[in-house]
Design a protein around this ligand. Structure first.
Ligand SMILES: *Cc1c(COP(=O)(O)O)cnc(C)c1O
Length: 397
């Protein structure tokens, strides 16, 4: 079987994924899967999605040769897939537009989700405004206090923001709160997951909606360079931008694929989120995957300087790709991330998201070990406007 032909009909990528949920939910998820499989075959859906890609998101995003960064590093030439140039400034809009459009085609009345730092919330509220469907975002009170610009944007975009005051008052409890609200009317509501995680069919759907990134990049790279890149690199939180890039290259055995996880303050401290590197097999949020968990199987607190990467689980396809050794997973710590953030800003005039700076940092390290004839393609998943104040304070600029 081709590596790209996954998951199986039960939503498994090897031993990972599936539907680790109560029986009544299995039926709901299977209905979403059946509707999805039918709707994506419709010409009208594909045409509407293609138009939104081009005229709304601004696709295709360019593949850019980072000349000065390459010169400074020495070694392999580094190229960036510019997802930071999308409307709303990151790759998340790709699957949010897909999910909102799908909800509309399914005749749903409302789209629900949780958000942590607010990036998924803003992208989803944007997509819901675009297709004209109600949107309800659950967010922990602590996160609401911390993430003012995103909270303001969600309000302006017209979504209903539900503050979550229970438990940790952060993402973990926002997930439970949003899911309970979804269960009040699963026939008319649509739950929009923010990465390639959750029960089947979400890892597949979100991957499919993100795979435009790799399809474009592969074609763009071939027409620029007349060959494929030697290495393709992306950061991994839940894993959506990485699956978006990797999917088009999975069957190109010559292309080495590398996912970069956050080592935070160090892999020998508790302050990291290197799930594939240090996690063990378990289940969380409705699917089987590698987890950072304690002896009892409870998720451990995780940390990254990039809030989009601090998740104690990871998408099931990444777990499988690690086991079959098709993708290597490496780590970058906070200091290396900040160094890449500043270098890309000052050498190229591109301020990257702290998440994306993890991928850039690993590419910089790797390039030096390669020859000038070789090439690296990095998914620049988002722009760093959201991180600029934090970094300036942190580095006392
Ligand atoms: C949310 C986010 C990520 C992490 O999510 P994935 O699902 O792992 O892609 C990475 N980069 C940016 C810019 C983000 O906003």
């Amino acid at each position: 079987m081709k590596k790209s032909a996954m998951p199986d009909e039960n939503g498994y990528f090897g031993e990972y994924g599936g539907q680790i949920i109560p029986p009544q939910l299995v039926e709901i998820m299977n209905q979403i899967n059946d509707a999805y499989e039918e709707i994506i075959k419709l010409d009208s859906f594909q045409q509407e999605l293609a138009e939104l890609h081009a005229d709304y998101i601004g696709r295709p995003s360019p593949v850019y040769f980072a000349r000065r960064l390459t010169e400074q590093q020495g070694g392999a030439r580094i190229f960036l897939k510019r997802e930071d140039l999308n409307h709303t400034g990151a790759h998340k809009i790709n699957h949010c537009v897909g999910e909102a459009l799908l909800a509309k085609y399914m005749g749903k009345t409302k789209v629900l989700a949780e958000t942590g730092a607010g990036q998924h919330g803003v992208a989803l509220a944007t997509a819901c405004a675009l297709v004209g469907i109600d949107c309800e975002i659950h967010m922990g009170e602590i996160d609401i206090a911390k993430e003012h610009p995103n909270v303001t944007k969600m309000k302006i975009l017209g979504c209903k923001l539900v503050p979550v005051s229970r438990g940790t008052r952060t993402l973990k409890d926002a997930v439970d709160s949003a899911f309970e609200a979804f269960l009040e009317d699963p026939v008319n509501f649509f739950y929009a997951i923010g990465s390639v995680v959750g029960p089947h069919p979400f890892p597949k759907m979100v991957r499919d909606f993100q795979s435009i990134v790799g399809r474009e990049a592969r074609e763009q790279f071939l027409s620029k360079e007349n060959r494929l890149p030697d290495v393709a690199i992306a950061c991994v939180g839940g894993g959506s931008n990485a699956m978006g890039l990797f999917t088009a290259f999975l069957d190109d055995e010559s292309v080495k694929l590398i996912g970069v996880e956050p080592a935070g303050k160090g892999l020998d401290t508790p302050d990291h989120a290197a799930t594939l590197t240090l996690g063990s097999k378990g289940s969380l949020h409705g699917f089987e995957c590698y987890n950072l968990q304690d002896q009892q199987g409870n998720p451990l607190p995780v940390y990254s300087i990039a809030s989009g990467l601090d998740y104690p689980a990871v998408g099931p396809q990444h777990c499988h790709l690690k086991d079959i050794k098709r993708v290597n997973y490496e780590t970058i710590d906070d200091a290396e991330c900040l160094d890449a953030f500043m270098k890309l800003s000052r050498l190229e005039g591109i301020i990257p998201a702290l998440e994306s700076a993890h991928a850039v940092a690993y590419a910089m390290k790797l390039a030096k070990t390669m020859t000038a004839e070789q090439t690296i393609l990095v998914n620049l998943s988002g722009r760093g406007d959201k991180d600029a104040d934090f970094v300036a304070d942190y580095l006392e600029l």
